[in-house]
Design a protein around this ligand. Structure first.
Ligand code: UT7
Length: 329
C-alpha cells in the first residue's frame, strides 16, 4: 500500500436554505431589537430550513450534491463519509447513513461525529489521517446543522444566535505539494456543562416532564462561554502558528468559528490578524460545525494555490482545534 505524504481539501461546497430570519423578524417574536443583536453578536440574519419533517440530512444531501456537481465526484468512489452535527435527524441511525442512502454513496463506511462547533476541524484531522494511512482515498465530511430544531424561540438570549445550513468537503491525497500541514485538537473539559442540551439523552430521556422544563432546547452560560471561546480559539491558533514558524504576514486568511463577532474581533486583535480574519456571522448566525467551511466558500474566489490558511473553532465540551494548511485547488 502506497502512503501519501500530504492530504488536502480537493473540493468544497456549501448549501443554505432560502428562507431568511432577520433581526426585525425576531423583534416580533421576543423582546429584543436589531441594535442589541448587532452590537452584542454582529448577526443581522440567519437562514432557516422550512418544510415538514426535514432534518439535518436534508441539508447535508443538498451540500453533497453541490460538491458532486462542482468537482465531478462519483458517489460510488467515496470511501468514508463523516457527518458532523449536533442535531442528527434521529439518535440513530447515523445521519451520515441517511445522507449516503439518499446520495447513492454505496461503497463508504459512514458515521456521525459530534464535536459540537469544532466538529468540522476534528473531522478534518481524522480525514487527514485516513488519507495519510493510505487505506482510504476519498473522505467526505458533510457538516449539517438544522440548529433551528434545538432553538427555543421564546428565549431571547439564545434564539437570536442560530441558523441552518450544510457543507460538504472532499479530502484526498495532494498531488501538488499543497495541503494540510498541521492539525492541533484540544478539549478543556472543566466547562463541559456550560453549553448544554439537557434532555433526550440517557440521563434525562424524553418525557413529558422534561419537555415541559424546556430541556429539549439549547442553553448556555453565555458570559462564561464567551471568555473561554476567546482563550480557546486564540490559544490553538497561536500555538499552531508558532510551532510551524508561521507569522501573520505569511497568512492569506484566518477563518474562525462564527459564534459572536465580538469573539472574532477579540481574537483577531490579540493575534494581530485584523486584516486577515474572515467574518460572515452577519449573514448566517452561528451554524456550529458549518461555519468554518462556510468561511472557506465565502473566500474561495480569492484563494490561489499555496495560500496559507489557519482555521480555528471552539464549542461545547469544551472542544477546540486549529488547522494550518495551504489551499491546494
Ligand atoms: O458556538 C458555541 C460557542 N458559543 C459562544 O461562543 C457564545 C458566547 N457568548 C455570547 O456570544 C454572548 O454571551 C451572548 C451573545 C450569548 C450574550 O451576550 P452578552 O453580552 O453576554 O449578554 P448577557 O447574556 O450578559 O445579557 C446582557 C443583558 C441582560 O439584561 P440585564 O440582566 O443586564 O438587564 C439580558 O437579559 O442583555 C439582555 N439580553 C437581551 N436584550 C435584548 C439578552 N438577550 C437579549 C436580546 N435582546 N436578544
Amino acid at each position: 500500500m502506497q502512503r501519501p505524504t500530504l492530504a488536502a481539501i480537493k473540493g468544497i461546497a456549501t448549501w443554505l436554505p432560502e428562507t431568511k430570519l432577520t433581526n426585525s423578524d425576531l423583534e416580533k417574536m421576543v423582546d429584543t431589537n436589531d441594535q442589541w443583536i448587532k452590537e452584542r453578536t454582529g448577526i443581522e440574519e440567519r437562514r432557516i430550513l422550512k418544510g415538514k419533517n426535514l432534518g439535518s440530512s436534508y441539508l447535508g444531501v443538498q451540500a453533497f450534491n453541490a460538491l458532486k456537481e462542482k468537482v465531478g465526484l462519483e458517489p460510488m468512489e467515496v470511501d468514508v463519509l463523516i457527518c458532523t452535527t449536533v442535531v442528527p435527524d434521529y439518535k440513530f441511525p447515523p445521519t451520515a447513513c441517511l445522507i449516503a442512502e439518499e446520495c447513492g454513496i454505496k461503497n463508504a463506511f459512514c458515521y456521525d461525529m459530534n464535536a459540537t462547533c469544532t466538529g468540522f476541524l476534528y473531522a478534518l484531522d481524522i480525514a487527514n489521517s485516513y488519507v495519510l494511512s493510505g487505506k482510504y482515498k476519498k473522505v467526505v465530511i458533510v457538516s449539517a446543522e438544522k440548529l433551528s430544531s434545538m432553538t427555543n424561540y421564546n428565549d431571547r438570549a439564545s434564539c437570536i444566535l442560530f441558523g441552518d445550513g450544510a457543507s460538504a468537503v472532499l479530502v484526498e491525497a495532494s498531488d501538488n505539494g499543497f495541503g494540510i500541514k498541521d492539525t492541533l485538537m484540544r478539549s478543556e473539559t472543566s466547562g463541559a456543562m456550560d453549553i448544554l442540551f439537557k434532555g433526550g439523552g440517557s440521563v434525562y430521556p424524553a418525557t413529558v416532564e422534561n419537555v415541559e422544563k424546556n430541556w429539549h432546547y439549547f442553553t448556555q452560560d453565555g458570559r462564561a462561554v464567551f471568555k473561554q471561546a476567546v482563550l480557546g480559539m486564540e490559544g490553538v491558533a497561536r500555538d499552531i502558528m508558532e510551532r510551524n514558524n508561521v507569522t501573520k504576514d505569511d497568512l492569506k486568511f484566518v477563518m474562525p468559528h462564527q459564534a459572536n463577532k465580538r469573539i472574532i474581533d477579540t481574537i483577531a486583535k490579540r493575534l494581530g490578524v485584523e486584516d486577515k480574519v474572515v467574518t460572515i456571522i452577519q449573514k448566517i448566525g452561528n451554524l456550529s460545525s458549518v461555519t468554518v467551511p462556510l468561511c472557506i466558500t465565502e473566500k474561495e474566489d480569492e484563494l490561489q494555490k499555496g495560500d496559507k490558511l489557519v482555521l480555528c473553532a471552539f464549542g461545547s465540551g469544551y472542544t477546540m482545534g486549529a488547522v494550518y494548511m495551504d489551499w491546494a485547488i
